[in-house]
Design a protein around this ligand. Structure first.
Ligand code: FAD
Length: 375
């Protein structure tokens, strides 16, 4: 089948690699002039790696990733609030540098099949296919278009004009440092306080990925001008590990992004166009599942297209992915709301509730992630 994948992010490259592996005629169209990744580290859930296991990519990702066994949540005064056990049977959650992940995914798509500087401006349904129009004037027809063009997907907004990114109310800074810290290499730490949240996530070989989130106006100028010393001052009252990691951060290379999701969609399919990854179900990063869900989408679509005719495959994809990813969006939104609380009363009762909740009970809340059907 002649397939176009729009967007060469994690979702687009994964689905393109899988479709190539099962023998389709695949081309990837990326709007930018390069495949460089903006981003620090990323966690890939065991649910996504387990899904990928039947295809070759999983092995390389696991090899390059750092297994993560636990996420500990502390208060900004360093009291234990909660812990999430990440160990799942024989498949681990891993953390990995985004650039490394991208390099791995790229190797599964022949380079001549990735077309840079090809921004899709619109699609036009044709009988049993789709015509894509690019900003360089090119037009081409395909039997299937997989829209993996991210949070700001213009393919999604062509189908659903009202489906615009929804600002979550907080902004996020991120970085990667090389440092020797007294932190177990298999544990991530998060500190939740009045001023926001700060997370420290081990990567391979004495590298750590850190992030912090603080309530802010959308495009808040105060935070746009934040540099390392501002972050150090802002988190000065947080525990030692936070101060150490910010000390180790270079003056340059700190990323800042406002956080968005989209309202859950009713369907990811419109004729022969199918939405995948953030284009279909962008979520806030509170569950660390955006890329994981994009990978699950890719595996599900590949599995279904292998076994069924295209109409039946797309129908089943919708059935399996829409409801499941809606849960992720809504749960993740809720965690963000609780995590970003600022009133002393709310924080007190949240912390008390978290202390009372056992690690097992915490795990039960995210158990649905392990139960996604993939065909
Ligand atoms: C702060 C933060 C932390 C996160 N942490 C995690 C985590 O730990 N674990 C996790 O699983 N997820 C995490 N996520 C989410 C994750 O990054 C995304 O879900 C994932 O990258 C989405 O991949 P994608 O391929 O769907 O979209 P994207 O990565 O956005 O890729 C879309 C691609 O499409 C291209 N494009 C856009 N429009 C067009 C067009 N018209 N024509 C052609 N190309 C186009 C873009 O240039 C881009 O390359 C995090 C997100 C944020 C913001």
């Amino acid at each position: 089948m002649k397939i176009a994948v729009v967007g060469a992010g994690i979702g687009g490259l994964t689905v393109a690699g899988l479709m190539c592996q099962i023998g389709h005629d695949v081309n990837v169209y990326e709007g930018k002039d390069n495949l460089d990744q903006v981003g620090a580290g990323i966690g890939i859930g065991s649910n996504a790696l387990k899904a990928l296991k039947q295809y070759r990519m999983a092995y390389a990702i696991e090899q390059e990733g750092q297994p993560l066994e636990q996420i500990k949540i502390h208060s900004d005064l360093d009291e234990n609030l909660s812990a999430l056990n990440m160990k799942q049977d024989d498949t681990h959650n891993i953390t990995i540098h985004r650039n490394v992940l991208h390099e791995i995914l790229k190797t599964y798509v022949p380079s001549e099949r990735i077309h840079l500087n090809h921004k899709v401006t619109e699609f036009k349904p044709t009988g049993d296919g789709v015509r894509l129009c690019f900003d360089n004037g090119e037009v081409e027809e395909f039997e299937l278009v997989i829209a993996a063009d991210g949070l700001h997907s213009n393919i999604r907004t062509q189908i659903y004009p009202k489906s615009l990114p929804k600002y979550a109310g907080y902004t996020c800074f991120r970085g990667v440092v090389n440092a020797k810290l007294d932190i177990d290499g298999k544990e991530a730490l998060e500190y939740w306080g009045h001023k926001g949240r700060f997370g420290i996530v081990p990567l391979k070989e004495n590298q750590y990925y850190w992030f912090c989130t603080m309530n802010a106006k959308e495009n808040d100028l105060q935070f746009k001008s934040f540099e390392k010393p501002h972050l150090q001052a802002y988190f000065n009252q947080f525990p030692n590990e936070v101060r150490q990691i910010l000390d180790a951060q270079d003056e340059v290379g700190i990323l800042q992004h406002d956080i968005y999701d989209i309202a859950p969609l009713k369907s990811f399919v419109s004729g022969r166009v199918v939405l995948l990854g953030d284009a279909a179900h962008a979520t806030t990063p509170n569950m660390g599942q955006g890329a994981g869900q994009a990978i699950e989408d890719a595996v599900t679509l590949a599995n279904l297209i292998k076994d069924r005719d295209i109409e039946a495959a797309l129908k089943r994809y919708d059935k399996l992915r829409v409801k499941h990813t809606k849960k992720v969006i809504l749960k993740s939104r809720k965690i963000g709301k609780v995590g970003q609380a600022t009133s002393t009363m709310k924080i007190k009762s949240r912390n008390a509730m978290m202390k009372k909740t056992s690690s097992k009970a915490m795990n039960r809340k995210v158990k649905f992630l392990q139960k996604a059907k993939l065909k």
